[in-house]
Design a protein around this ligand. Structure first.
Ligand SMILES: C[S@@+](CC[C@H](N)C(=O)[O-])C[C@H]1O[C@@H](n2cnc3c(N)ncnc32)[C@H](O)[C@@H]1O
Length: 323
């Protein structure tokens, strides 16, 4: 087995500085908001894994089935020597891609990237054991800021799976795709997994499951603020909301204060009032239309090579080439 390596471009101090800045900006905004990357401490990453197993959460199993169907085609087209995966998390589905890239082409190196060091360490170790001839080189960083830290050399494909692209608002998405385009060489590829606009009767329960796991995941951001910034949120006093915004075509996760509250964030010297019923946005999960995705990729300098969708048109995998 080749021992996995881990490059940490986000230290605990960096994370604290970024969280302080995001928390101050978000908690003093009107309406209040917090960015979704702060869900993912070790507990948040575990809760996300639990979400992927829920009966209501169709995206993961739909994307997995789609990958199973088309992974050979992707591997034969891509001929990647290096697979870089952004927001890899546990990399559960990536095994399919790695197997195909190894058997159909010259894959040598896997570079999983994530903001969650715990998820990444686990994934890197497991993948190294399962694929002993593959060099696994994990990168802990923020994909909205530090793409230039990704290793260069060898023909690369960047994978961005799980519909995580939908967590970015349109301007962030455009900047992110343009950033990837700048990192890649002409002819290298991007494999994008994106949720499609589908029936709200299917969509909303995926983000508001009966067992309350997504609610726990949502409230985890308050636990993160309590532990990292010595805030005194009472997470149980916030209700989980999943709202389908039909105009923007995204699910919005919010936390609603169930009573009037005054919260102190000690490390920021900040006192924040919540009125009963006040809602704070914690995540968007945009759903796409295939044409719109193609236009966004085109504007960022990618040519769409192929699009695969599941039989219910709920999820798409897009292979695009950097022009
Ligand atoms: C929705 S999960 C998807 C995980 C996995 N790719 C999948 O398909 O199941 C989003 C992942 O992106 C990571 N993430 C979220 N924001 C990030 C950021 N700004 N930079 C790096 N990773 C981030 C999270 O830690 C999490 O592992």
């Amino acid at each position: 087995m080749i021992e996995p390596t881990l490059d940490i471009h986000l230290t605990d101090d960096d994370l604290d500085a970024a969280l302080r800045s995001d928390a101050r900006t978000g908690l003093t905004a009107n309406p209040k908001t917090l960015p979704p990357k702060w869900f993912y401490d070790a507990r948040g990453s575990e809760l996300f894994e639990a979400i992927t197993e829920l009966p209501e959460y169709y995206p993961t199993r739909t994307e997995r089935a789609l990958l199973e169907r088309v992974v050979g085609e992707i591997a034969r087209t891509a001929q990647a020597e290096v697979l870089v995966e952004l927001g890899a998390g546990s990399a559960a589905k990536t095994r399919l891609l790695l197997s195909a890239l190894l058997s159909e082409g010259p894959l040598k190196t896997y570079v999983p990237q994530d903001v969650s060091v715990s998820a990444l360490r686990g994934a890197a170790e497991q993948i190294s054991t399962e694929f002993p001839n593959l060099a696994v080189h994990g990168v802990v960083s923020d994909f909205t800021e530090t793409l230039h830290n990704l290793p260069r050399g060898g023909r690369r494909m960047i994978a961005f799976l799980g519909g995580t692209i939908g967590n970015l608002v349109p301007q962030e998405r455009a900047d992110f795709l343009a950033g990837i385009q700048q990192v890649l060489e002409p002819g290298e590829q991007l494999l994008l997994g994106a949720g499609l606009v589908t029936d709200p009767a299917v969509l909303v329960p995926a983000y508001d499951d009966a067992a309350g796991v997504t609610a726990e995941f949502n409230r985890n951001v308050l636990h993160v603020l309590n532990s990292r910034l010595h805030a005194d949120f009472d997470p149980d006093a916030f209700a989980h909301i999943a709202h389908w915004d039909a105009e923007n075509e995204w699910i919005e996760m919010r936390l609603a204060a169930t009573r009037d509250m005054t919260v102190t964030v000690a490390d920021l010297d900040l006192v924040v009032d919540f009125a009963q019923g006040e809602q704070m946005r914690t995540e968007i999960s945009a759903k796409f239309r295939v044409d719109g995705l193609g236009r966004e990729l085109d504007s960022a300098g990618f040519a769409t090579e192929q699009v695969w969708t599941d039989p219910d048109d709920r999820f798409a995998l897009v292979l695009a080439e950097r022009r």
